[in-house]
Write a new protein. Structure first.
Length: 380
C-alpha cells in the first residue's frame, strides 16, 4: 500500500479510519455500499460508485452508487453496463484522474435526467492475486476543486484495501455455503426418507377410514384432508428438488441437463422435452456448465410452483458470435401479466446471468405460458 505517498497526517488517519470502517462482518452487498460511501467521504466527492466487473472482465454486473437518491436513479433508468469512460478503467485497470471528464476520448456523455458531473477519479479494486473485482468511480469534490494527486493516492490505497476485504468476505461466504450445502443435503434426505413417508402413511389411513360408514359431511372433510396431504407432498417434493445439489461433477452439460429433466419427470410429474446443441460440451467451461444447470433447476422449480404447466421445453444452444450459452425454457402454464411482473426467483436469475456476462429475458402472458431466455458467457 502506498501509505508513504500520503504526506498529510490527517488524511493518512482518514485513510486508516476508512479501512477500519470496512473491516466488517457484514454481507457482501452491505460491504459494497459501505466501501462506496467511505471512498466518497475520504476525498470529499459529491458522487461515488462501485462497478463490479463481470467474470469475463468486459462489462459491469453491478453498479452501487453514493450521492444519488432513489428518485433520481429511477429517472435515469437502466444502470450503466460499463461503456464509455467507465469502460476505460475496465479495459485499462489503472487510476484515471480528469479535471473535465467530457474531454476524454472515451466519454459518451450522460443519459437523460443524470446529474451533471465534471471532475472524475477512478481506480481499480483488486484482490490479493491481482484480479480486478471492480472499479471505484468518484466525481466532483464538494468544495468544487479538482481531484488532486494525493486524492488519487488515497483512493488507490483504499481500493487495494477494499479488494482484500471483499476477498475475505467472499471466502467466508463460500465457507458458509459449503457448510450450508452439507446441511441442505441432510434436510433433503430427511424430508424424503421421513416426512414424505409419514404423510403417505397418514393419507393411507384416511383413505381406509372412508371405507367405513359415515355421513357425507365427514366424508367431505376427510377427502379435503387427503387433498391437502397430496398438495403438501407435492410442495415438499418441489422443495427437495430445489435444495438438492448437483452431484454430477465431471459429467457433460448434456448429461447433466438430461439427468435434471429426468429428475423433474420422476419427482414432480412434469413432462419436459429437451433439445441440446451437440456442440455445447466442446465450448462450455465447467463454471458455465455449473451455473447453467443451477439456472435451469431454478427455472423448472418456478414453473412447478407457480405456472400449473403440464408441458415444458428446454432448448440449450450456443451463440457463436457473442460467445454465449443460450438457455430457453418455455411452458404452457398460466403465465403472468406484466403489471404483476416476475418474482424474486426470476430476479435472481437475471442477477446471476448479468454477473456471468449474459442476461435473462422473460416473456409471459396470462393463460398463454411463459418463455425464459437465460444467457451467460461460455467461459470466464
Amino acid at each position: 500500500m502506498a501509505f508513504h505517498r500520503v504526506n498529510d497526517p490527517l488524511r493518512l488517519h482518514a485513510l486508516i479510519d476508512a479501512m477500519l470502517l470496512i473491516e466488517t462482518d457484514a454481507d457482501l452487498a452491505d460491504l459494497l455500499r459501505v466501501i462506496v460511501e467511505a471512498a466518497s467521504q475520504l476525498v470529499g466527492a459529491r458522487y461515488g460508485a462501485l462497478g463490479v466487473v463481470t467474470s469475463d472482465g468486459e462489462t459491469l454486473a453491478q453498479f452501487i452508487t453514493f450521492g444519488i437518491d432513489e428518485a433520481t436513479r429511477a429517472e435515469i433508468g437502466h444502470l450503466p453496463r460499463g461503456r464509455g469512460l467507465l469502460g476505460e478503467i475496465i479495459h485499462f485497470p489503472e487510476p484515471l484522474r480528469l479535471d473535465d471528464l467530457s474531454t476524454h476520448p472515451s466519454s459518451v456523455g450522460f443519459p437523460a435526467n443524470h446529474p451533471a458531473m465534471t471532475r472524475f477519479l477512478g481506480v481499480p479494486v483488486r484482490t490479493s492475486d491481482g484480479h480486478v473485482y471492480g472499479n471505484l468511480y468518484l466525481t466532483d469534490r464538494v468544495d468544487g476543486e479538482p481531484f488532486s494527486e494525493e486524492d488519487e493516492q488515497l483512493i488507490d490505497s483504499f481500493g487495494r484495501a477494499a479488494g482484500l476485504v471483499i476477498e475475505q468476505v467472499t471466502l467466508r461466504a463460500h465457507l458458509r455455503e459449503f457448510t450450508l450445502s452439507e446441511e441442505r443435503e441432510r434436510i433433503a434426505r430427511d424430508l424424503h426418507d421421513t416426512v414424505i413417508q409419514r404423510l403417505f402413511g397418514v393419507g393411507l389411513s384416511l383413505q381406509l377410514s372412508l371405507m367405513t360408514p359415515m355421513d357425507e359431511a365427514s366424508q367431505a372433510r376427510i377427502n379435503n384432508c387427503i387433498n391437502e396431504l397430496d398438495a403438501t407432498i407435492r410442495e415438499i417434493r418441489t422443495t427437495i428438488f430445489e435444495i438438492d445439489q448437483d452431484e454430477l461433477d465431471g459429467t457433460s452439460l448434456r448429461g447433466r441437463i438430461t439427468a435434471l429433466t429426468d429428475e423433474v419427470g420422476a419427482r414432480l410429474n412434469l413432462d419436459v422435452k429437451q433439445r441440446v446443441s451437440s456442440a455445447i460440451d466442446n465450448v462450455a467451461s465447467s463454471s458455465c456448465t455449473r451455473h447453467t444447470v443451477q439456472a435451469l433447476r431454478e427455472i423448472l422449480s418456478n414453473i412447478v410452483r407457480h405456472s400449473r404447466a403440464t408441458e415444458v421445453t428446454v432448448d440449450v444452444d450456443v451463440d457463436d458470435l457473442e460467445k454465449l450459452i443460450v438457455l430457453v425454457v418455455t411452458d404452457n402454464g398460466r403465465g403472468f401479466s406484466s403489471p404483476i411482473g416476475p418474482g424474486r426467483g426470476l430476479r435472481n436469475l437475471t442477477s446471476r446471468a448479468r454477473e456471468l456476462g449474459g442476461d435473462c429475458v422473460i416473456d409471459s402472458q396470462l393463460n398463454r405460458g411463459t418463455m425464459v431466455r437465460w444467457t451467460a458467457k461460455l467461459s470466464n
